[in-house]
Design a protein around this ligand. Structure first.
Ligand SMILES: Nc1nc2c(c(=O)[nH]1)N[C@H]1C(S)=C(S)[C@@H](COP(=O)(O)O)O[C@H]1N2
Ligand SMILES: [Mo]
Length: 312
């Protein structure tokens, strides 16, 4: 394992502070919206996907295509919010395969087409809340992760699910630097993974997922911080023990395994009580952050008896 100097470890939040300052300074002078800082060309739109309306959508107005596809976190392509949009254009996502391993009766490696084929694609509009206290509303296209996982027959030792992003420094310039301990990894409890709100996402706005949003296959867990939504997944492993996650490994006192949005528990460096809706305009006030990102009725029972201040 390569060693990372502590001076090289840069949490998302450090970047956020610096970039927010730059952004605020720019806006104060120019008074422009985010989009004005970008080339006039809109991000390329993928092919249409055949979908059916999914359950569980919020009725909030989705963000724009530009917001969703040009304001991203995908450190493999740079730490700036616009870097993934600028740098992921040539990322090759076909052919793509996913390895399923660990505590299950039917492990194996499957082409993306085999992963997707038996599943009905649904449109689901979900709130997407970042730990940095901004949020968006995104019309994802995907299918329940649980339906996929059941195909591999997890056994009774499967208590957690671990996900891994592609490791390919040739294509992913961010991986040539020790920003995180690559490849990016995430984890869920088996109950979280099987919950019907948890989606394997392959698209946005009825179209194929743009590279910057995690093509061709990423996770979306709407009641958690956006960082649980691991992108460009190549491996899914059923485990007995709770897996370590990338953000936990990089800053354990700031990011826990659960990453449930909790407005009552401050991040070590800022309050989590309010959030800024991307695209709401410069003078829009922040809105209150809801417990479990507004999905408490559906998911609070998953955490009955768990101290949410300790298990953050
Ligand atoms: N592989 C990988 N997945 C990732 C990230 C990343 O840097 N690398 N960033 C996470 C973070 S911090 C967020 S907020 C979401 C952003 O998803 P979006 O760009 O589609 O909004 O992706 C998550 N998934
Ligand atoms: Mo994030």
């Amino acid at each position: 394992m390569k060693r990372i100097l502590s001076s090289e470890i840069t949490s998302e939040s450090n970047y956020r502070n610096r970039r927010q300052f730059i952004r605020d300074a720019g806006l104060a002078i120019g008074g422009g919206a985010l989009a004005s800082a970008l080339p006039l060309v809109a991000a390329a739109e993928g092919r249409d996907l055949a979908t059916v309306p999914g359950p569980h959508s919020t009725d909030e107005t989705p963000n724009s295509w530009t917001d969703v596809t040009t304001y991203n976190n995908f450190y493999e392509f740079g730490t700036g919010k616009e870097d993934p949009y600028r740098n992921a254009g040539d990322f090759v996502t076909a052919p793509w395969s996913v390895k399923i391993s660990g505590e299950c009766d039917k492990p194996g490696t499957h082409a993306l087409e085999d992963i997707m084929a038996p599943h009905t694609l649904e449109d689901r509009v979900y709130r997407h809340r970042c730990v940095e206290a901004w949020s968006m509303v995104v019309p994802w296209v995907g299918f329940p992760l649980g339906d996929l996982l059941k195909r591999f027959a997890p056994n009774s030792n499967a208590k957690f699910v671990r996900f891994k992003t592609l490791y390919d420094p040739k294509q992913m310039p961010g991986q040539r630097r020790a920003i995180l301990d690559w490849p990016y990894v995430e984890g869920l409890t088996i109950a979280e993974a099987m919950h019907p709100l948890t989606l394997m996402v392959v698209g946005v706005f009825g179209k194929e997922l743009p590279n910057q949003n995690g093509a061709p296959l990423r996770l979306v867990v709407p009641w958690k911080y956006g960082f649980k939504g691991i992108k460009s997944i190549v491996e899914i492993e059923f485990t007995r023990r709770q897996p370590r996650t990338s953000w936990e490994l990089s800053a354990p006192h700031e990011y826990g395994f659960y990453a449930n949005v909790n407005p009552e528990v401050d991040h070590p460096r800022w309050s989590q009580a309010r959030e800024r809706r991307i695209g709401a305009g410069l003078f829009a006030s922040k809105q209150p952050t809801l417990m479990f990102n507004g999905y408490a009725d559906e998911v609070a029972e998953l955490y009955a008896g768990l101290d949410l201040r300790k298990n953050y």
